[in-house]
Design a protein around this ligand. Structure first.
Ligand SMILES: [Ca+2]
Ligand SMILES: [Ca+2]
Length: 160
């Protein structure tokens, strides 16, 4: 009976040791956004740039938590991105940190036009993913898609 008690205690001690050694993750960092697919034309069939200049869209992403923009790469848009250049990794200016793990993450892929950001053309808005599920799964790469619009992104993550 004494030996049985000892065997039961041992796994508990190991578990406690494991969890004590892990540091709690407080921040998710987006390290890369790669565009795998974008729609060739606007929903009405016209060019993204309305035949002004080069027709290829000038692509950037808006990072959204619970549907609210928290970061944008608008000042580093990828000019005249054509279908035959895909996949293409966007310049996101280092990393984008997300500190609110209880939110859902989505992306908007946008064609930059002149003037205000509100006048840019939204190419697609991806389905949202719970940030905590990325942390729990230790997810390093994940696709974000707007299947109706034809948008497919590959996003890489790091944690700290
Ligand atoms: Ca446009
Ligand atoms: Ca263009």
């Amino acid at each position: 009976m004494r030996r049985l008690a000892l065997l039961l205690v041992l796994p508990l001690a190991l578990t406690a040791c494991d969890s004590g050694g892990e540091e709690e993750i407080t921040s998710v960092r987006i390290t890369n956004v790669t565009v795998d697919q974008i729609p060739e034309n606007k929903p009405d069939g016209s060019d993204w740039d309305n035949a002004v200049g080069s027709g290829g869209p000038d692509v950037y992403v808006r990072v959204r938590l619970d549907g609210v923009d928290v970061a944008t790469t608008r000042d580093r848009e990828f000019g005249d991105l054509d279908q035959d250049e895909l996949p293409q990794t966007l310049n996101i200016g280092g990393t984008i940190s997300l500190n609110q793990l209880d939110r859902s993450l989505s992306f908007q892929v946008v064609d930059k036009d002149g003037g205000a950001a509100s006048a840019d053309d939204i190419m697609g808005t991806t389905a949202a993913v719970a940030v905590q599920s990325l942390v729990d799964g230790n997810v390093r790469v994940r696709s974000f898609q707007d299947t109706a619009a034809g948008v497919d992104l590959r996003v890489t993550f790091d944690y700290n």
